[in-house]
Design a protein around this ligand. Structure first.
Ligand code: SAM
Ligand code: MD0
Ligand code: SF4
Length: 366
């Protein structure tokens, strides 16, 4: 891109003037490290404007790896007969959640495959809803649920029990690509579950999978769609090929693109939460993601929990590298620090108040 054109776009983002599709596309078409550095510098400035030097830490509990779906990118797809699976019981889930809270995370993310034991029976979610209620009462920690697609009734039960966030990633907003990734899952239903959650007062997280057949156009469309749908947390994860799955031989991806996407997300949505996941590259990949403008660290997993990651099922878990203790020095090196629990909860409350005001004024997200 011409230096003057990049200057012009970056100036606009610093003034928080909305970028059009063409401008987002040209940012995403950057290939040189120098240009990336210029974009991430502005991304960090915007992060500082909204979040100062504070970063939020999310604990992750992947408590069941059984799944009724066959997503082509996922290790835990039902057709993969060679992966050992587990389903943790209530006591194990609660003990992991408490361990995470005690270690200093700001939120606990309860994640599962679409386990038929939960999804395919009438009261399948009853115990889990109760666990959310108990955890909330015992710790008052913000809770995210990542159960896959659930009915509005169950979504509401979780909300009433105290769940604050609903995470359900579309992976792409190109319906054709979606149909090759999330086999036999309705694109529209997945989108609708997020708007239903929003109406129930949830904060929502939307996510992209990058490097799995997506074009630069697709990513630009997705970023603008995430803004339009009012997603409160927006993420990107680089696709990691999984053995014994249809995309096993896809080849490894460059991480340059993920860093660029994080930075462009920050430019387009400066006030949103953007994770740096430990799940793709482990602890060593954290610095670069923070440098690109991320302000949440996700996939913190206690070494003793016996629970897995999603895209890197074991990377950095057993050796305790996905812990708050190991993260703090990396934050400090980047002149960042963990927020207090109060600061995180204040952010949630003010985001909710902002959304309620928008609704009152009849504005449709943004
Ligand atoms: N089963 C639920 C669902 O699919 O919504 C919850 C699990 S969700 C946390 C799994 C997410 O991890 C996917 O939506 C995808 O974005 C990411 N993921 C899964 N496999 C991956 C892979 N091989 N590489 C990168 N990200 C992956
Ligand atoms: C992460 N492995 O944060 C987790 C997961 C699910 N809500 C989150 C993708 O990276
Ligand atoms: Fe199941 Fe989620 Fe994996 Fe898809 S991404 S196969 S729904 S665990």
């Amino acid at each position: 891109m011409k230096a003057s054109k990049l200057d012009e776009i970056l100036k606009k983002t610093e003034q928080e003037i909305a970028l059009n599709h063409k401008e987002v596309l040209s940012l995403l078409s950057i290939t040189s490290q120098d240009e990336l550095n210029r974009v991430t510098l502005v991304a960090r400035k915007l992060r500082e404007r909204y979040f100062q030097n504070k970063v939020f830490l999310y604990g992750f509990a992947y408590f069941s790896t059984y799944c009724r779906n066959d997503c082509t990118f996922c290790l835990y797809r039902k057709s993969n007969k060679s992966v050992p699976r587990y389903r943790k019981n209530c006591a194990e889930i609660m003990s992991t959640a408490h361990g995470l809270v005690d270690s200093g995370v700001h939120l606990v993310d309860l994640t599962m495959g679409e386990d038929p034991q939960y999804h395919n029976s009438k009261h399948g979610f009853r115990d889990l809803v109760q666990m959310v209620r108990d955890l909330k009462q015992e710790t008052s920690t913000p809770i995210m649920i990542s159960p896959g697609l659930i009915s509005p009734e169950v979504l509401w039960e979780f909300r009433e029990a105290g769940a604050d966030w609903y995470a359900c990633y579309q992976e792409t907003h190109n319906p054709t690509l979606y149909s090759r990734l999330r086999i036999e899952q309705s694109y529209d239903e997945r989108m609708k579950s997020k708007s239903a959650a929003k109406e129930m007062g949830y904060l929502i997280e939307e996510g992209l999978l990058a490097g799995v057949g997506d074009s630069t156009e697709d990513i630009a469309d997705s970023i603008l769609m995430m803004k339009k749908m009012g997603a409160d947390q927006v993420r990107v994860m680089t696709f990691v090929p999984q053995d014994n799955t249809p995309l096993a031989d896809w080849g490894t991806n460059s991480h340059f693109r993920e860093l660029l996407i994080i930075a462009v997300m920050r430019l387009v949505m400066p006030d949103r939460l953007i994770p740096a996941t430990l799940d793709v590259d482990g602890l060593k990949g954290l610095d670069k993601r923070l440098n690109s403008g991320a302000n949440v660290i996700t996939s913190i997993i206690p070494p003793s929990s016996g629970m897995a990651g999603v895209s890197q099922s074991s990377l950095d878990i057993g050796d305790g590298n996905r812990t708050v203790e190991k993260i703090i020095p990396v934050l400090r090196l980047n002149n960042l620090e963990p927020a207090t629990q109060g600061e995180y909860q204040t952010w949630i409350k003010s985001r909710q108040a902002f959304l309620t005001n928008l609704e009152r004024e009849g504005v449709k997200c943004g």
